[in-house]
Design a protein. Structure first.
Length: 386
């Protein structure tokens, strides 16, 4: 678990509305204005809970459901909740701090198990942010899957909310991709590694959608490795923009990170398949090191990026990189990066893609002469879309 390291901006606004292609220019101007003026800190968090119940925490019961859905300022017999929290956990060190949120590594005093705790300062989380934090807590209370970060306990004091979660020490996909120079030297092994990662992400996403939850901000920074081991599990994190949905329900909120945002989100008329577009962007990014539409590494022309997204305009460039990627991997991406969301597979269908299930497909790629093997340095200038 860690703080977001994206240079992209998480956004949520209610002033963008367009229904036809003729409104594209005005829509893009609004997108640029909103994303320039809105900080990710303002939009990364959200809500609080309190009850007349005397139980001071929400906690897992035998590794399954969160069973105690109440939080109080005081524990039993008037004991301050801070005392309850520090009676159970001891803090080792801060991992990071971002605006209203502090992330610390802690150790459970009885079990000696390490966790991460996100501490939210309520004074810095007014209105909509507090409401969204409440929704995030509710969602995390409902889910229990090996590829989704696990919420263990929730505490609330008068000034702060504590979310105790499993500790993920392997960093996020953004860091991993930036530090994978040696691993990329073998194209076949690299493609298999990327497929294994996406299998796990899609497993978690299929579970979320089956529970009626759309993530809405899947990106490299929100996918973590739980350890530094070679067999580390993948964990989906950050449900601050997630939402419950009913089958067939349409959403209008303009939320997410531009470089993985689906075109229908920009148009503000979408369903859970917006998450599948994000998976396609992540797959492309993992396989070649850059984002298909730009925007991953701090590019400033948001209008141009949004226009490419709206038209699903991308190419498999640079040719030297994609020549050693299997046709099945490219087809996997093509099926996801289509502007018409109804033509995309569901998460369950994407999980059964031949590219993810049949390891022999990695051997069908072209063997390149030595001079064409990918220079393993992430360089936005390689791609015309960046």
């Amino acid at each position: 678990m860690g703080c977001s390291q994206s240079t992209e901006t998480d956004v949520i606004t209610n002033d963008i509305k367009a229904s036809t292609e003729t409104a594209l220019s005005e829509q893009l101007e609004k997108i640029t204005r909103v994303m320039t003026s809105t900080s990710s800190d303002e939009l990364s968090c959200c809500g609080t809970v309190q009850s007349d119940d005397s139980t001071p925490i929400w906690e897992r019961n035998e590794g399954k459901e969160i069973t105690r859905h109440s939080i109080r300022y005081e524990g039993p017999r008037g004991k301050l909740i801070e005392c309850e929290y520090f009676g159970v956990h001891c803090c080792t060190h801060n991992i990071c701090q971002n605006g209203a949120v502090i992330v610390r590594r802690i150790t459970h005093r009885e079990t000696n198990v390490d966790y991460a705790v996100k501490i939210f300062q309520k004074a810095k989380l007014p209105g909509e942010k507090l409401r969204r934090l409440l929704e995030e807590i509710r969602i995390l209370c409902e889910v229990d899957h090996p590829n989704i970060v696990r919420l263990e306990e929730v505490y609330e004091s008068k000034d702060e909310i504590y979310l105790v979660q499993e500790l993920c020490e392997g960093g996020d996909l953004y860091e991993w991709l930036s530090n994978s120079v040696e691993r990329r030297q073998d194209p076949l092994l690299w493609e298999q590694t990327c497929a294994d990662i996406l299998k796990q992400v899609l497993s978690g996403l299929t579970y979320l959608h089956s529970k009626g939850i759309v993530h809405r901000d899947l990106k490299l920074e929100n996918i973590l490795f739980d350890s530094n081991d070679a067999n580390s599990k993948i964990k989906i994190i950050d449900f601050g923009l997630s939402k419950h949905f009913q089958p067939g329900e349409r959403h209008e909120e303009f939320v997410g990170s531009l470089y993985t945002m689906a075109p229908e989100v920009i148009w503000r008329n979408y369903d859970e398949r917006c998450d599948l577009w994000s998976i396609g962007v992540i797959a492309y990014n993992l396989l070649c090191g850059i984002a298909p539409f730009g925007g991953c590494y701090g590019e400033k022309d948001r209008q141009l990026i949004a226009k490419r997204i709206l038209h699903a305009r991308y190419t498999f460039e640079p040719a030297g990189v994609w020549a050693c990627v299997s046709n099945e991997a490219k087809q996997f991406i093509r099926r996801l990066l289509v502007a018409d969301a109804s033509q995309r597979p569901t998460a369950k269908e994407a999980k059964t893609s031949p590219w993810l299930l049949d390891q022999t497909v990695y051997k069908t790629c072209l063997v390149l002469p030595e001079q064409l093997i990918w220079d393993p340095i992430i360089d936005c200038n390689l791609h015309e879309n960046c």
